[in-house]
Write a protein that binds this ligand. Structure first.
Ligand code: 3Y8
Ligand code: NAP
Length: 248
């Protein structure tokens, strides 16, 4: 009997939850509790960390989880690493639903860097209007470059002082090309810092930057351990159906 755990928190995870609910497959959806009011899901939902690898392994055993789908974000590296370790420990099958990275298109002006400190170093010395489209958790390193006028974008209103003076847009996306173009023009944005999240929910800023001829400092994804990986909800449903057919 299938009882799947979806490690969620992305648009793809929401699409998967809808499909699993439609197929009446028994599953639970999991959020990390990063945002104040995460989107409702058509499945029983839990919110908050498990307590590391051991906490997740205990959860899997206690709840009788038969399949784990890691549909988190490519930058949710700790959750993904924990899922690999906990599924190895418990012997429960794991699959990752992970969208492909954005590929540079003709006309893109990307400066590709490996992590956020390199992104800070890639900014110009001369003061500029900089759009940091990397959320809330990893902005502190930009405090070493206070000469810039920063625009940030958060899902929720900040509940603590910012590490540097900045203007905050509160919006949870997905974002539109028109909206991104309007915002960048109105704020005379000259630089964008982004993470190569892939997917459609955040790519409008990349297309807007290309149209406006703006440089994008693109932070590449963290390394993740080897695990079975698919890019479509259909492939996950087949994986579930296949394992279910074998009575796994
Ligand atoms: C809590 C669930 C849906 C899901 C929407 C996707 C698309 C919009 C684009 C920009 C980039 C960013 C950020 C972003 C996007 C989707 C998707 C995506 C980027 C929600 C959500 C949760 C989170 C957590 C949040 C992080 C933050 C990252 C904002 C819900 C809305 C910047 C990633 O305040 C915080 O602590 C926010 C933390 C992790 C990265 C960061 O470090 O700040 N996502 N985002 C999930 C949980 O608790 O488990 O609230 O409903 C989900 C979505 N965010 O149903 O349509 O699928 O990618 N999320 C990045 O760098 O790309 C915004 O502004 O251009
Ligand atoms: P992370 O740094 O990889 O994870 C840190 C810890 O948060 C994990 O070890 C786990 O705590 C807990 N956690 C994370 N995701 C969880 C989930 N779905 N269910 C239960 N616990 C979870 O994670 P993150 O980058 O902060 O991402 C958090 C959430 O936001 C994820 O759901 C992710 O899909 C979503 N999201 C992230 C980004 C991004 O840019 N990182 C973008 C869009 C959406 P324990 O160790 O205690 O189990």
């Amino acid at each position: 009997m299938t009882h799947a755990l979806i490690l969620g928190g992305t648009a793809d995870a929401s699409l998967l939850a809808a499909e699993i609910a439609r197929a009446r497959i028994d599953a639970v959806y999991s959020y990390g509790g990063r945002t104040r009011a995460p989107a409702d899901q058509p499945l029983p939902t839990r919110i908050g960390g498990f307590g590391g690898v051991s906490g997740l392994a205990d959860y899997i055993r206690r709840e009788g989880i038969t399949h784990v789908i890691d549909a988190t974000h490519p930058f949710a590296a700790e959750m993904s690493r924990n899922a690999v370790a906990a599924c190895a420990e418990t012997g429960i099958p794991l699959i990752a639903l992970e969208r492909a990275p954005w590929a540079k298109a003709p006309g893109d002006n990307w400066i590709e860097v490996s992590e956020v400190n390199a992104a800070v170093a890639a900014l110009p010395d001369a003061p500029a209007n900089v759009f940091l489209a990397i959320g809330r958790q990893h902005i502190a390193p930009f405090a070493t470059r206070p000469q810039h006028a920063y625009t940030l974008r958060f899902v929720d209103q900040p509940d603590a002082p910012l590490p540097f003076a900045a203007d905050v847009i509160v919006s949870r996306g997905p974002f539109t090309l028109e909206g991104e173009l309007g915002m960048m023009r109105a704020r005379e944005i000259a630089w964008i810092v982004a993470r190569n999240s892939g997917g459609d929910g955040a790519r409008a800023k990349i297309d807007a930057a290309r149209m406006l001829g703006l440089p994008v400092i693109m932070i590449s994804r963290p390394e993740l351990p080897e695990r079975p990986r698919v890019e479509s909800v259909t492939d996950v449903m087949q994986w579930l159906g296949h394992s279910t057919r074998l009575g796994a």
